[in-house]
Design a protein around this ligand. Structure first.
Ligand code: TPP
Ligand code: MG
Length: 689
């Protein structure tokens, strides 16, 4: 039970949160603040914080202000009222996002900042809970104590999002198999999502529907909420199983400052919520228990208003982010020397082995094995990667080599696979998940775009989620599989700030680039996508059957991020390509009898612009050979880079069509062909338009 002293402290957190909400609106009215979504009516969540330890990682709902203040009381060393106010005015000195967003987060409080995309943090929360247990089992360092409970809060409307239902399902799936997963899902249920009501009873049965232990609490009664939260936390901590806490709240003051809720709620409904104001309830309880008098409780509220207002006046003129450079500083941490050192160290096994020519698939397989040996915190996981060894055999034998704790099959849900990586990377592990086909990345890409890539940005680099996401992609599987196994859409990756996109074509490059990606993840916390051309996995020959020219030994060479590879030194034409395009271009270059050089970009982000310009200038004629689509494909970036640099030579491009890839031989009608490359190259060199 809450002591009188603790009850008084929780009231203080609740009051602080409410006055922050009021100050947010005042700051907005003055033109100094930029965010008015508040926690009013949800302040019972202070009880959830009180039931947890300050070392328990927390991924919070945007209405968890009182939780945040109560957590800060438990772990002194921060100035939470000021910090939240600095966030509201987007001050550069705000300690977590540095003015980039208004979030609840602080490394000293183990509160991980969240994006505004509702429910997108649930897969990561599952990943953190998984990592707490797995790191302990593997005996590798973890950012959180081994007996942590991960807490993750969200709204009642958000509970319906497929990201939420996917994550809850994954948690239940793990628990069903006896896999420890100490996560407490807290649904802060105010009965409404902006203007849409949640049907009565919907959240009340939510956890039970999944077979998950379900707790319920009245968030408007902080003392009883504490009892329920303490019971839930104790149960999760002891059993290491996921649980669902239904925290019934009200929403006061509308969805946000700009929301006129009278447009969609009756006055009676609004008044009924006001009757249940959790602050009034705590004040009444304090008076009833004789802790304070009515006058004293009113004085406490007034004092908090003044305290918050005084800080708000101070921060209103705080310095904001002044330059693009300042805004972008945490986007893409890059210490090439450290990455090179790490990659070279990881290449020791490759150096020690006799050099034997291998295929692309074998090179990736062998390098994954080397890296698993080299990095004790590395995990390889995805659909079918372990027992089967991958659809194309790329992960074959890794399970036997590194054990089921580090190489494992996941359930069939890309959001959960990436969420696992997000949580594992954040916790100190090095996840190397596989997405079985590029087409199946798209349904989960927000976990990379909205979550992985933004964490460093919204935490000023204080939180990172290093990972290397292997994706099997591109087309040319000889008509097999149709669009979904021959997807060539990379636009959704190319514009993600800070993301590294590697696409090896040759076996030796694949080995070196994979080591570089893992090194960049380890040394700089980078998020890397490693896009593998399926059609080249088992390719052996280049020009003639049996020539074995596509095989190469795994070398120990280091390939830095953003450095291309050049074949030939002809002075008539520069072909710029990547992936399957390299295989086709090298064949065409030989057939043509022109003096060509072929540049393999190797990295789609960041593009190797310096190498591109050097090789373009050397011939004055550039043909971009791009197997992706004409719209949104890689060639657009290459042409733009040439134009930006003022390249004044001749330029042309050949691409695949703006189409999905059909099944069977019809695929050839929409995919870029060698004949098209040949014709375009001749036109360019002979000067035809
Ligand atoms: C994926 C996504 N879709 C839409 C929105 C816009 N949006 C912000 S809050 C919100 C309602 C959320 O309601 P609920 O989960 O009940 O939380 P509450 O605001 O009531 O606490 C919506 C639709 C969003 N942020 N993210
Ligand atoms: Mg709601």
């Amino acid at each position: 039970m809450l002591t009188d002293a603790r009850l008084l402290e929780l009231y203080d957190s609740q009051l602080g949160s409410r006055h922050l909400d009021l100050a947010a609106r005042e700051l907005r009215a003055q033109g100094a603040g930029f965010y008015t979504i508040g926690s009013a009516g949800h302040e019972g969540n202070a009880a959830v914080a009180a039931a947890l330890r300050p070392t328990d990682p927390a991924l919070l709902h945007y209405r968890s202000g009182a939780f945040y203040l109560e957590r800060a009381r438990q772990a002194p060393g921060t100035d939470p009222l000021r910090d939240v106010l600095l966030g509201l005015v987007a001050a550069a000195s705000e300690p977590i996002a540095g003015g980039r967003h208004k979030v609840f987060g602080h490394p000293k409080l183990n509160v991980i900042p969240q994006t505004s995309t509702i429910a997108s943090h649930l897969p990561r929360a599952v990943g953190v809970a998984f990592a707490v247990e797995r790191a302990a089992k593997l005996g590798v360092a973890c950012a959180w104590p081994h007996d942590s409970v991960v807490v993750c809060s969200f709204g009642d409307a958000s509970a319906n999002h497929s990201t939420a239902t996917g994550a809850l399902n994954t948690a239940a799936y793990c628990a069903h198999q006896g896999l420890p997963l100490p996560v407490l899902f807290v649904c802060e249920d105010n009965g409404i999502g902006i203007s849409v009501r949640t049907p009565g009873g919907w959240i009340a049965s939510y956890g039970s529907r999944l077979g998950m232990r379900h707790f319920t609490a009245d968030g408007c009664d902080v003392a009883s909420a504490y009892e329920a939260a303490a019971e839930a936390v104790e149960w999760v901590r002891r059993t290491r199983r996921p649980a669902f806490l239904h925290l019934r709240t009200v929403r006061l003051m509308g969805h946000a400052g700009s929301d006129a809720e009278v447009a969609y709620r009756s006055r009676a409904e609004i008044a009924a919520d006001e009757e249940r104001d959790p602050l009034t309830a705590t004040a009444r309880l304090l008076v009833a228990r004789g802790v304070v008098t009515e006058d004293e409780v009113a004085a406490l509220a007034e004092a908090k208003r003044e305290e918050v207002r005084a800080i708000a006046r101070e921060v209103a003129s705080a310095a904001r982010l002044e330059t693009a450079r300042a805004v972008m500083a945490p986007l893409a941490p890059s210490r090439p020397a450290a990455v090179a050192g790490e990659a070279v160290a990881a290449a020791h096994a490759a150096r020690a082995r006799p050099a034997e020519p291998v295929t692309l698939a074998q090179a990736i397989n062998q390098t994954l094995a080397d890296l698993l040996d080299h990095c004790p915190e590395m995990l390889v996981f995805g659909e079918d990667v372990a027992r089967k060894g991958g659809v194309y055999g790329v992960t074959r034998g890794l399970l036997r080599r590194a054990g089921a704790g580090r190489v494992f099959d996941t359930l069939l849900d890309e959001q959960s696979i990436l969420g696992l990586a997000l949580g594992a990377g954040l916790s100190g592990l090095l996840p190397v998940p596989e997405i079985q086909y590029l087409a199946y990345l798209h349904n989960a890409v927000d976990q990379i775009r909205g979550e992985a890539a933004t964490l460093s940005f919204f935490s000023s680099g204080q939180y990172r989620n290093p990972m290397v996401v292997r994706v099997a992609g591109y087309a040319y599987q000889k008509g097999f599989g149709g669009h979904f196994h021959n997807d060539n859409a990379v636009a959704s990756l190319r514009d993600i700030p800070g993301l590294v996109v590697a696409t090896p074509s040759r076996p030796d490059d694949a080995a070196a680039m994979l080591r570089t990606c893992v090194a960049a993840a380890r040394a700089d916390g980078r998020v890397c996508v490693f896009l593998e051309p399926i059609a080249l996995y088992h390719t052996r020959d280049l020009h003639d059957e049996g020539d074995g020219e596509w095989l190469a030994p795994i070398s120990a060479e280091h390939v830095p991020i953003g450095r291309a590879r050049v074949y030939g030194s002809g002075d008539e034409l520069t072909i710029v390509t990547f992936g399957n395009g390299l295989h086709m271009s090298l064949r065409v270059a030989r057939r043509l009898g022109l003096r060509c050089r072929v540049l393999d970009l190797r990295w789609l982000a960041p593009l190797p612009v310096d190498d591109l310009l050097r090789e373009a200038t050397a011939t004055g004629r550039v043909l971009v050979v791009d197997e992706t689509r004409r719209s949104g494909g890689v060639s657009e970036g290459v042409l733009a880079a040439l134009a930006d640099a003022g390249f004044d030579g001749r330029v042309a491009r050949v691409t695949s069509r703006d189409s999905f890839v059909p099944l069977g031989d019809a695929a050839a009608h929409v995919l870029l062909t060698e004949d098209e490359i040949e014709a375009a190259a001749l036109d360019l060199v002979r000067g035809r338009p």
